[in-house]
Design a protein around this ligand. Structure first.
Ligand code: ZN
Length: 306
């Protein structure tokens, strides 16, 4: 490929434990990639900048930059703190100006959002939610998070959705477990994230036999989340990823329990005969994070060009 022929976009997946930096094109193809451990902000940001400058020197100038960040983050463009990490237990990162430090040296349009909103954008643009302009991307791993797109745009508001911290109704086999969320105890994340499974059963899901009640408990809580999303956000599709969801047996169990919780109240084929196309696995796999950042860059460029 002749570098003069491409529009190059920068992508930074800013994670709490690792940064993934990449450059790619508007079709979601990654051309260069660099990943490294997240340390304190100054050194971490410097390494990301060095990668992007190197890619520019080798290929061409970056047309736009996208940053998909761990949270909580300030997404209100009217706020003087827009683009900053908010109060976080991660040492040194509270109030870090991620957007300013990364984007200002390049002087190009920049998109900034949560890692899960970015992953939702990428699944909509290039993955399992193509064509579903209102959708939710749920990740179930060490925590539970979700990105929400409405009419193709990530949903923001007071802050951004934190769907992992909604409260499910207790499963009848799970009355006594106190949950692991440091804020709420038995919110959804506290009851159904990977560490919750380990705390309740002493093992991860893949180590438990199929008939173990933990499978039903997990599927039930995640189905309740989906049911609540259906009646609040009315998504056209729900994409479910993350380490816990890599257990493929879980997805059909969640679909079954979702139908039980909805009780036929919403009469649409998407929630009955076609439910296997409604609750789906990610199409981008482990790349959804960095491709999420790339999709924010492409969107920022589109917005600038009108
Ligand atoms: Zn919580």
């Amino acid at each position: 490929m002749n570098s003069a022929d491409i529009r190059l976009f920068g992508a930074i997946e800013a994670g709490g434990t690792k940064f993934v930096c990449a450059v790619g094109d508007a079709e979601g193809r990654l051309l260069r990639e660099h990943r490294f451990a997240t340390t304190e902000p100054k050194a971490t940001i410097a390494e990301a900048l060095a990668f992007l400058r190197g890619a520019e020197a080798e290929l061409c100038r970056i047309a736009a930059l996208g940053i998909a960040s761990f949270g909580p983050v300030e997404l209100d463009r009217r706020s003087p703190r827009y683009g900053r990490i908010l109060r976080t237990p991660k040492p040194g990162w509270s109030d870090a100006d991620l957007l300013g430090a990364l984007a200002e040296p390049f002087g190009c349009p920049a998109g900034f959002d949560t890692d899960v909103n970015a992953a939702a954008s990428a699944e909509y643009r290039w993955g399992a939610a193509a064509g579903a302009d209102s959708m939710v991307y749920v990740t179930v791993g060490t925590g539970i998070g979700g990105g929400v797109l409405v009419n193709g745009e990530p949903l923001h508001g007071l802050l951004h959705p934190e769907i992992g911290h909604s409260y499910p109704r207790r499963h009848p086999f799970d009355r006594d477990f106190v949950g692991v969320c440091p804020f709420h105890g038995d919110c959804l994340e506290g009851l159904a994230c990977g560490p919750a499974i380990a705390a309740r059963s002493g093992a991860s899901l893949d180590q438990l036999p199929h008939g173990h009640p933990q499978w039903d408990i997990e599927a039930d809580y995640l189905a309740q989340l989906c049911a609540n999303l259906v009646v609040t956000v009315s998504p056209r599709r729900i994409v479910m990823g993350g380490g816990v969801m890599s257990q493929q047996r879980l997805l059909p169990m969640i679909r079954d329990r979702l139908q039980v919780w909805l009780r036929g109240y919403i009469d649409r084929p998407e929630l009955s005969t076609n439910i296997h196309e409604y609750i789906v696995a990610p199409g981008l796999g482990a790349k959804s994070g960095v491709l999420g950042a790339l999709s924010l860059a492409v969107r920022a460029a589109e917005r600038t060009s009108g």
